[in-house]
Design a protein around this ligand. Structure first.
Ligand SMILES: [Zn+2]
Length: 419
């Protein structure tokens, strides 16, 4: 049994986050939290009275091949893809390069306090297999899959629909549910403009049959929406296309949604689909500002994503702060002036942990520090003055000032995996 000691940050609902001083979190040999008691002086516990125990972060959208492509600004999205993104994927056709990449990616996200990733791989099955092997060995919780694309890609990355679906099915059969459920497979059509209808229908059917996640990008840029209209003139919009090919539902995670309108937000909610909000990525690539308050009004299950490498920062509290600042920017520029609701720090913590976990289908397993939950926890040593604040200010100050360097321990399923 392991014990973690410190002040517990406990997100309890979308609007509420509790702070419980002098807690001791006990972790059983099964990797689950067994109980939470009042801390006593102990020499073999991780943490102390000046530490905080926080659920590990959920990063619901990133691209593993683009880990070393962060922060390259000044290119159009098309140029970025051709010069940076595509070559980064292409070189991982070599399984040795893929293993090394997955090791760097895994160490990198864990050092930033991320315990669950929902990520896209490359179109190469040998890469996805090598990456799952690394996740298995290094202890990361991952929902991951082969990127599917058979339209408009450079020749080296383009697949044939039937072969790609066969490869994806074989990877899902090998990896979905492995490591006591820590690894899950995601059927991953890149986007509606990079896939044939056949490929999208096939991916949706397999995800449904094998009870896997399905992830894709939606309403990402205005150029892409023009392309959707040209390629699929018989469909009202991208969401109606996704509904038609079977891609909406409780297993589906849609990424971005920058250009979804009020009616489409309601469609997302009614279908039970989740949305990933990537504020740093949306602004870095100048796609647009997402009005998170309208997601909330529609009741969409929302997680946050670093969107590496459309986004530049893998540290999820930084992504959450960008969500808060974006909501404020929209508010101060809206008409009538300053009428909009902003996002609160408690809500940001919810999306980083329990809310994010629920949105990616893991809400019963991770995201909370409570008996029976998998022990995916961080032990953090923030600046000392934060402890002197009233609890609601502690929640805010911790979010805005926390750094990756303050993370002393990262546990996933009760195993210490870093930093
Ligand atoms: Zn993406």
């Amino acid at each position: 049994m392991k014990t973690l000691v410190g002040t517990l940050l406990q997100p309890v609902s979308q609007t509420q986050c509790h702070v419980i001083k002098d807690s001791a979190v006990q972790i059983g040999d099964d990797g689950c939290i067994s109980q939470i008691v009042t801390a006593k002086a102990s020499s073999d516990a991780a943490g102390d009275s000046q530490c905080w125990i926080i659920p590990g972060f959920v990063d619901a959208h990133l691209h593993l091949p683009q880990w070393q492509c962060r922060g390259i600004d000044g290119l159009s999205i098309r140029e970025w893809h051709d010069k940076i993104g595509a070559p980064a994927e292409q070189r991982l056709a070599d399984p040795k390069a893929a293993t090394k990449q997955a090791e760097e990616f895994t160490a990198g996200v864990i050092a930033n306090g991320t315990t669950t990733v929902v990520a896209f791989g490359t179109p190469f099955p040998q890469e996805v297999d090598a990456s799952f092997n690394v996740f298995a060995k290094k202890g990361l919780r991952a929902i991951y899959g082969l990127t599917l694309n058979d339209t408009g890609m450079s020749p080296g990355l383009s697949q044939h629909a039937d072969a790609a679906l066969d490869e994806a099915r074989a990877l899902a059969a090998k990896w979905h549910g492995k490591e006591n459920g820590r690894l899950q497979y995601a059927f991953s059509p890149r986007s509606s403009v990079r896939c044939s209808e056949k490929l999208m229908r096939g991916a949706a059917a397999l995800a449904d049959m094998l009870k896997c996640t399905l992830q894709t990008h939606v309403a990402d840029t205005s150029d892409e929406l023009d392309e959707v209209r040209q390629r699929f003139p018989d469909h009202i919009d991208e969401l109606e296309l996704f509904a038609d090919v079977g891609m909406l539902g409780r297993r589906t995670i849609l990424v971005h949604g920058v250009f979804l309108d009020h009616y489409q937000h309601n469609e997302v909610t009614e279908s039970g689909t989740s949305l990933v909000y990537c504020p740093t990525g949306n602004l870095f690539r100048q796609s647009g500002l997402v009005d998170y308050a309208s997601h909330r009004r529609a009741g969409i299950r929302t997680a946050l994503g670093s969107s590496i490498a459309g986004g530049f920062d893998p540290f999820m509290p930084r992504v959450a702060v960008e969500a808060l600042q974006t909501a404020k920017a929209i508010k101060v520029h809206s008409l009538p002036h300053r009428a909009g609701a902003v996002l609160t720090p408690s809500e940001a913590w919810w999306m980083l942990t329990a809310g994010g976990a629920a949105a990616v289908g893991l809400g019963e397993k991770v995201g909370k520090i409570a008996p029976g939950y998998q022990a995916d926890c961080l032990v953090v040593r923030p600046e000392k003055w934060i402890a002197e604040l009233p609890p609601e200010q502690q929640i805010s100050a911790l979010l805005y000032t926390m750094t990756p360097q303050q993370i002393e321990h990262v546990f996933i399923a009760g195993q210490r995996v870093g930093p």
